[in-house]
Design a protein around this ligand. Structure first.
Ligand code: SF4
Ligand code: MG
Length: 336
């Protein structure tokens, strides 16, 4: 498979009044052309900060921003878009063009004072050499593509005139306006009801198959990952603790945290009392990250003297599957 995006040893640190937060700690992952990479983890695991670092949208209080991020929009055309490269203009050109982005809250991407059509047209006119009339036609075509009803009228509506699900579709249309090769989706269905969520996931899958774009799909919901992703990266406290294909992660998870997350996924046919096993312990204090393996205070397999002292190595199982754990490969077989 051909690589579209590759992150190597990315670090992001913030200065807050309470101290320094290491939000992203040596993260490496890649996205192949035409695939959906799911990034899963609890809130505060660094999922969003990692993609904000790809988009160069880090806040002002960022005190560390290094590592390498390589983007290859076309085969042979390699662009460095990390904090160590000086091409910040380059990424501004890529944003909204080769890289589209959708968020949990459509109103972070959509302006309340402009019509849907105006906003899509503005993006098209910024990146493409075409007339206003052509841009408007393209906007209508995009609204049709995301299956919004009566696109010819809807193009002149304001975001507040649309329902939550329709707004999400409009944001997807905006993100797709310049045919991105990479779509970054940060919890785009988290605020939606289950039925609308399923419809939006269907739509994204259809659009992905039709355009061949790659998607980074961030979620805290393992059920959503199973639905949409080809490969998965599991994040915990600023680190990727396991990567693998969807099958690896669901049928052969090697990291205790992945296993714990899977056990907390509701399964069909189980009563609510039985289905939720929460992971013991709270997400640790980000100002006071545990020594050794950062998961050790919550891990049922933790070996005292090793796990709370030594940083675990990244153990490789196949080209796709890796896990960062002292016991990787030695965990007891799971009883399905
Ligand atoms: Fe658990 Fe130790 Fe593995 Fe960390 S390194 S996940 S504490 S077994
Ligand atoms: Mg987030």
């Amino acid at each position: 498979p051909e690589r579209l995006l590759e992150l190597k040893d990315v670090n992001v640190q913030f200065e807050l009044r309470e101290g320094t937060v290491r939000a992203v700690n040596g993260v490496s992952y890649h996205v192949n052309r035409g695939e959906v990479l799911g990034i899963v983890g609890e809130s505060g695991s660094g999922k969003s900060v990692t993609v904000r670092s790809i988009m160069r949208l880090l806040p002002k209080n960022t005190s560390r921003d290094d590592g390498s991020i390589l983007f290859q929009p076309k085969p042979g055309e390699e662009i460095r878009i990390d904090g160590l490269s000086s091409k910040s203009k380059k990424i501004r050109d890529l944003r909204g063009d080769a890289i589209g982005m959708i968020f949990q809250e459509p109103m972070t991407a959509l302006s309340p004072v402009h019509t849907i059509g105006t906003q899509i047209m503005r993006t098209i006119l910024l990146h493409r050499n075409c007339s206003k009339k052509e841009a408007r036609e393209r906007a209508i075509e995009l609204l049709r593509k995301v299956q919004l009803p009566r696109p010819e009228q809807l193009v002149d509506n304001y975001p507040h005139q649309l329902s939550g699900g329709m707004r999400q579709r409009a944001m997807i249309a905006l993100a797709l306006s310049c045919d991105p090769v990479l779509l970054i989706a940060d919890e785009p269905t988290t605020a939606l009801d289950v039925t609308t969520e399923a419809q939006i996931l269907d739509l994204l899958r259809e659009l992905q198959a039709e355009t061949g774009m790659s998607i980074i799909f961030i979620t805290h919901n393992f059920g959503v990952v199973a639905d949409i992703a080809d490969r998965v990266a599991v994040m915990y406290l600023g680190q990727v603790v396991e990567t693998g294909t969807v099958d690896d992660i669901f049928y052969n998870p090697q990291h205790p945290y992945t296993r714990a997350l899977l056990q907390s996924v509701p399964r069909l046919g189980q009563s609510p009392v039985h289905r939720l096993k929460t992971i013991p312990g709270m997400v640790p204090d980000p100002f006071n990250v545990p020594r050794g393996c950062t998961f050790n205070p919550r891990c049922e397999f933790a070996v005292q003297g090793t796990c709370n002292v030594e940083v675990p190595p990244l153990v490789r199982f196949s080209d796709d599957q890796q896990a960062r754990c002292h016991l990787a490969g030695k965990l007891p077989q799971e009883v399905a």
